[in-house]
Ligand binder design. Structure first.
Ligand SMILES: Cc1ncc(COP(=O)(O)O)c(C=O)c1O
Length: 357
């Protein structure tokens, strides 16, 4: 019997991919590379979380349906618990959506540049990914999108709004136009929606092909790995069939239930980050050799006249870590900085001014 070589056992679709690199932890740096919140849990919340974790029976499986967490989230956004599907981060929900809807050879579409996992997950499943370029300043190009949708008939369209890494948004009217022509699902990824102060949630009741993706990662709870999807209950029930049981650990569920009840802490941090984003935008605009793009998220994309890789290294030399996006098509000399605390943002601006000086 002939045996395949080890790597010939791996599907060609997977062999052709490049792994998502989140970057290694680098202690001591000002970490502005991953769109996380800069605010750690205050001591009284840590204590409350510790109390909840203490109750966990770790020899038992978690609640497979995460009923308590689902109920808290559903109540907060005022939808039926049956409309909510929970994921180990919204990454997992992207995977689950494509697993449930898109056979190999079908097409998914997104404006590009955008969050790289849409393409990676699609291609790993043998699904075609088609990117439609955003405009020259990364604004939505609705005519191009509609033409591509009519031509390619995608099963799923991903619209990240605000978009990562560009920071721009689609208006409600633009999204509704896309929903009106889409032959399949339109997934509005609101991972950064809290920083834009807008949501498509009210449209779910009369737009059954609309799906909304949310995440707790960008609002201060990245370590919990919790994402959620809201869809019409009939679709949510089908997605539940391909969700792995126990995908959220008992620890994540318990901590999230405690922390989601502390709206004031979460919302106060969001307001502070929005204030800092506007301040940072003003300061970036004052540095010559920098073009910053408008952002409604908790990060800002900017282009430098000096080669981006050199700017990235110069910032790193000064202990500031940002994301270098120079290898992404259309993003030459572009870097993305996450909005940090006031002091971190000041250090970043000082380091960038030196790097370009
Ligand atoms: C637009 C967008 N969607 C989804 C995600 C995934 O977030 P998570 O899996 O942490 O919920 C990210 C993470 O960077 C993102 O930028």
């Amino acid at each position: 019997m002939t045996r395949l070589r080890l790597l010939d056992l791996v599907k060609p679709e997977v062999l052709s991919l490049t792994a998502y690199r989140a970057g290694e932890p680098r202690p001591g740096l000002i970490k502005l590379d991953a769109n996380e919140s800069p605010f750690p849990l205050p001591e009284e919340l840590r204590k409350e979380v510790r109390g909840a974790l203490d109750q966990i029976d770790v020899h038992r499986y978690p609640d497979a349906e995460a009923d308590q967490l689902r109920a808290v989230l559903a109540a907060q956004i005022q939808v039926a618990p049956g409309a909510v599907v929970l994921g180990n981060g919204s990454d997992e929900l992207i995977q689950l959506l494509l697993l449930a809807t898109s056979a190999p050879g079908t097409t998914v579409l997104a404006p590009v540049p955008t969050f790289s996992m849409y393409e990676l997950i699609a291609r790993a499943q043998g699904v075609r990914f088609e990117g439609v370029p955003l405009g020259p300043r990364f604004e939505p190009d609705l005519p191009a999108l509609i033409e591509a949708i009519e031509q390619l008939r995608p099963k799923v369209i991903f619209l990240a709004t605000p978009n990562n890494p560009t920071g721009g948004v689609f208006s409600e009217a633009e999204i509704l136009k896309i929903v009106a022509v889409a032959p399949g699902l339109v997934v509005v990824d609101e991972a950064y929606g809290s920083y834009a102060g807008r949501t498509m949630l009210p449209h779910l009741v009369d737009q059954e092909r609309l799906v909304i993706l949310r995440s707790l990662s960008k609002i201060g709870l990245a370590g919990l790995r919790i994402g959620y999807l809201i869809a019409c209950p009939a679709l949510a029930a089908e997605l539940e069939k391909v969700r792995l049981p126990f995908n959220l650990s008992s620890f994540s569920q318990a901590a999230a239930v405690v922390l989601l009840n502390h709206h004031a802490w979460i919302d106060g941090n969001i307001r502070e980050i929005i204030r800092e984003r506007e301040r940072l935008m003003g300061r970036l605009g004052a540095i010559s050799g920098v073009e910053a793009f408008p952002s409604a998220a908790n990060f800002i994309l900017f282009r430098t006249t000096r080669p981006g890789a050199e700017v990235f290294e110069a910032l790193l030399q000064q202990s500031v870590l940002v994301r270098n996006l120079g290898s992404v098509p259309c993003l030459h000399n572009c870097l993305r900085v996450t909005v940090g605390t006031e002091a971190e943002n000041d250090q970043f601006i000082e380091a960038l001014t030196k790097a370009l000086g």
